[in-house]
Design a protein around this ligand. Sequence first.
Ligand SMILES: Nc1ncnc2c1ncn2[C@@H]1O[C@H](COP(=O)(O)OP(=O)(O)OP(=O)(O)O)[C@@H](O)[C@H]1O
Ligand SMILES: [Mg+2]
Length: 377
Amino acid sequence: EPWGIRAVLQTIPKVGIDEVDKAAGWLADAWDCQTIEVKRLAAGLVEITGIVGNPLDEHQPYVWPETADWVLPMGHNPWMRQVGIPLKQLSGIKVAGMPGYGKTMLMLAWMASLANRASVQFAVFDGKTADPRYGDWGEAGARAMFVVGDNPETANQRLTDLVRLIKDRPAALVEERGTHKFWKQGPTETNPLVLVLMDECHNYSDTKGLTGKDKQVIESNQRMMQTISKEGRGLGVIGIFGTQKQTGDAIPTAVRDNLEVGVCFPTFTIDAAEAALGAGIRKDDANDPSAMVDKERFTGVCVVTGVPGLGGHYDRIRVGDLDEDGLPGWIANTAHLRRDIIPAAAPVVRDVSTAQADESAGASVPLQKSTRRRKSA
Ligand SMILES: Nc1ncnc2c1ncn2[C@@H]1O[C@H](COP(=O)(O)OP(=O)(O)OP(=O)(O)O)[C@@H](O)[C@H]1O
Ligand SMILES: [Mg+2]
């Protein structure tokens, strides 16, 4: 093959796929291959593929999607095949990895991939920057319905808006097309696809060290992030959650485990990789992100799971090369397609008699009696 060697082997008693798999390392040395993959083709047939050289070290330009394709492009895998994430019925994506390996660049590329379509709107949360005008999403933010900075309370208001959009959607879809199933007809200008891009999302969902009202806000954010990851799929609202920390304390497992696609740039520990990619990554040495901590070689390289064709396994991808300086401006040039589609909030109706009772009592939240449990010896 142009990329190396492909051999199909018939198994014999006592030599099956496990035995071939065990010999893969020696075969790689003998054939002068960087990577060898062993796959069961059919009963009694095993396929061995070996790549000569290392295509992951090769840089290629980012491939922009065709207008009719609902897919987020990524880059090429060790077999030089282009890999993308289909958006149809997607519950969401988590993007993990140590600082500086390309999380934000990839998320910006996804925004740029769809920015020139009037049937897509964006909601951006930049958890890293106090004033988001001056952060990674500043310029690109011109194309978004809104950009939120690192304030969890502001994020709370915007998450409330998005949840309202989700709750309103079935009725809006039925009105437009007679069915509440978004992907039957796909995105339109009336009911666009909404990409919710949350960069450094742990900033909105990590309760560590917080008490009182601050903690309540974060817990409320967690619940709303969960609603997006659970209910957005069939309604055309897709969450993309990027963070250096995918562990359960930083991003609730109830959110994380709903997101079917995992993208993991190099991590310092295998535990961090497991949080993003699931337990199977511990048994897959070739795709272990903690073995890729080398900025010079692996910036822009990630491990993925949950994309079609992988069958629950893992693959490595070199994200296509992006024009870091030009990309945000290119997105901003499509700002005329930005439209605020958040439905207006219903007016709050308050019963006069209870309102008066609340005011005379002086407190709107009833205090609970605390019951202490005795520690058993
Ligand atoms: N696909 C790419 N094409 C071109 N340059 C890239 C690509 N991916 C990463 N880089 C380079 O790596 C740098 C760091 O990437 P990025 O800001 O996306 O990292 P990050 O993972 O978001 O880091 P942090 O966690 O600190 O926010 C970029 O500024 C860019 O120079
Ligand atoms: Mg970043």
